[in-house]
Design a protein around this ligand. Structure first.
Ligand code: C5P
Length: 246
């Protein structure tokens, strides 16, 4: 499994914009400052697969395609193969799709594509779990789904910072953990939809491999500088940032 070589390489910038021009503009500004760019459903659906190639060329970095596949094994395997052929470095699938789907997807991707399993979405509550008939509490459900992934050859997982310790205790260092909900100041700004946050250095100190960071970088007047400061904090192991740029 690939491990990030430097603090900068740990940073995955979430390019959560709706159109290609805005995405490529941001990606160019961040060239050399981050390890990967995360492209999501909105941008991919609007721009089409070419955005993956353009992002790789313009950004001179990896691409994480966050499409969260969940379908029958044959369909997910085909979609994962297509994404892998585009040169995608990381790709998400829903662990809830089941063991056969996970194994089929894992067999379909080239070695350069790290499949990441998504467990329970952070938008899910105990009520959502009840609605869909999943009666385990959320931490148990996350543990169960990650275990299912490991048993079916999935080696990377998206998890909240607050799940890192439990997942490392249960599954060790062999899995790759990709963590969103990162805030450099360690504080939530008014109006922010991320409620349970963690600083970059703290997340890395307790076992995160990669950090998904969106607005603290992309909403900063100088995204390259914001990314650079985050990489410095990670490299120095600063537990909580003092830059105030949430
Ligand atoms: O702007 P912000 O740093 O909150 O962006 C975080 C990114 O990580 C977004 O693209 C969001 O969809 C994604 N994400 C998340 N929480 C999860 C999984 C993914 O915020 N549990």
């Amino acid at each position: 499994m690939t491990r990030p070589a430097s603090a900068k390489d740990r940073i995955i910038a979430a390019i959560d914009v709706a159109d290609e021009a805005a995405a490529l503009n941001l990606i160019r500004r961040l060239r050399g400052r981050v390890g990967l760019f995360k492209l999501g459903l909105e941008l991919f659906t609007a721009s089409g697969p070419d955005i993956v190639v353009k992002a790789k060329v313009e950004g001179e970095a990896g691409v994480f395609l966050d499409l969260k596949f969940h379908d029958i094994p044959n369909t997910v395997a085909g979609a994962a193969r297509s994404a892998s052929r585009l040169g995608v470095d990381m790709l998400t699938i829903h662990l809830a799709g089941g063991g056969a789907m996970l194994a089929a997807a894992s067999a379909a991707v080239a070695s350069g594509t790290l499949l990441l399993g998504v467990s329970v979405l952070t938008s899910s509550s105990a009520e959502t779990q009840f609605e869909i008939g999943a009666d385990a509490d959320i931490p148990s459900q996350v543990n169960r789904l990650v275990g299912l992934g490991v048993a079916n050859n999935i080696r990377g997982f998206v998890a909240s910072g607050h799940e890192i310790k439990a997942l490392r205790a249960a599954f060790g260092r062999d899995i790759c953990l990709v963590i969103p909900g990162i805030r450099p100041s360690g504080a939530v700004k008014a109006g922010d939809d991320q409620q349970r946050v963690m600083t970059p250095a703290r997340a890395v100190a307790i076992g995160a491999d990669y950090l998904v960071i969106g607005r603290p970088i992309t909403a900063d007047p100088d995204p390259a500088e914001a990314a650079g400061k985050i990489a410095d904090d990670i490299a120095r192991g600063v537990p909580s940032g003092t830059h105030g740029h949430v």
